[in-house]
Design a protein around this ligand. Sequence first.
Ligand code: DP6
Length: 324
Amino acid sequence: MNPAVTARAHTNIALVKYWGKADTDLIIPQTSSLSLTLDQFYTDTTVQFDDHLTADEITVNDTRLSVAASQKVHKFLNLVREQTQRTSFARVTSVNHVPTAAGLASSASAFAALAGATSRAAGLDLDRTALSRLARRGSGSATRSIFGGFVEWQAGHDDASSFAIPLEENVDWPIAMVALVLDARRKKVSSRQGMQNSVTTSPYYPAWKDVVAHDLAAIKPAIQARDFTTTGEILEANAMRMHALTLSAQPPYSYFNGDTLAAMQAVQHLRDDGIACYYTLDAGPNVKVFCQVADLPAITAHFAQQFGAQNVIVAHPGPGIQFS
Ligand code: DP6
C-alpha cells in the first residue's frame, strides 16, 4: 500500500512582484521577486498513489474536478511520475483555506502543498530547494511558498538555477498584512495569461525589469533595517508599476474595480491622518494593506466600516511548508 502524505503550505504576497516568464514551459521568470509568506491563507493537500485507479482523482474543497479543470494538476503529477518512474494514478484531496482565484494567490499555496505531498507520496525525499524548484513547475509564485517569512525567488536561467531562498523565516517584526476581499469571484484574466500579454505587448516591459532590479536591491536592506516606511513605499510603487503593465498591454486591461480604487484612496487618507500603511495588489481586485501591528485597530475599524467586517482579514508573517 502506498502511503498517503499530507502537506500544508501557506500563500505569500509579493512585495516585489513576479510578472512575466522567460520560459513558459519550465516557468523561469524574467526577474527575481520577493515575498512575505502569510499565516492566514493556506492549502492542505493529501496525495496517495493507488495502483487500482484508472485515472487521477482530484478533489478540491469537496468537489471532484472535471478532467478539463484538473489538467494543471494532472500535468504536475506526470512530472513527478516521470522523475520516479511511477505509472500509477493518484488520489489528490485539497482544501484551500483561501478565497480561490480572488487574487489571494491560491495557486501559490496549492502548488507548494501539492509539490510537497506528491513528491513524498512518490517516495522522493527532496530538500526545500528541490521542493521549491518542483513547486515552480506548477505555478511561479508557489516557488516562494515552500519557505516562511521573507523569501526571494532567484530567477536563475534554467530548471536547476531557478528557486527560492529564505531571507528571514521567523520574522520578529510587528508587521501585518490586512487583506480586503473586495470581490471573491474568479478573475477574468488569469495571471498566467495576463503576464504573458504584458511581456509580449507592453512597451514598458523592458523598464519593468529595471524597476524590479532596483526595488529588490533597495527593499532587502530596508527590511533588514526594519525601515517600515521605505519598505512600504517600495512595495506600493512596485505593485502599481506591475499594474501599469496591464494598462499598457495590447489590448489594455485592468484587474482593478471601483472598490479597488476606493481602498487605495482610503490607504492614502489613513496615511494623511498619520497612520502609516501601504497597499499592494496581485492579479485581482483585492487590496492588501501593509501595516504595523500597533495600527491594526484603527486600520481594521476603518475598512470594516467601508467594506464590511467579514471582508477584512488580518494576516501576519507565516511559516514554510509543513508535513503531517
Ligand atoms: C501578481 O504564480 O499565479 O501574484 O506562474 O503562471 O502560475 P503562474 O503565475 P502566478 O503569478 C503570480 C503573479 C502575482 C505576483 C507574484 O506573486 O509575484
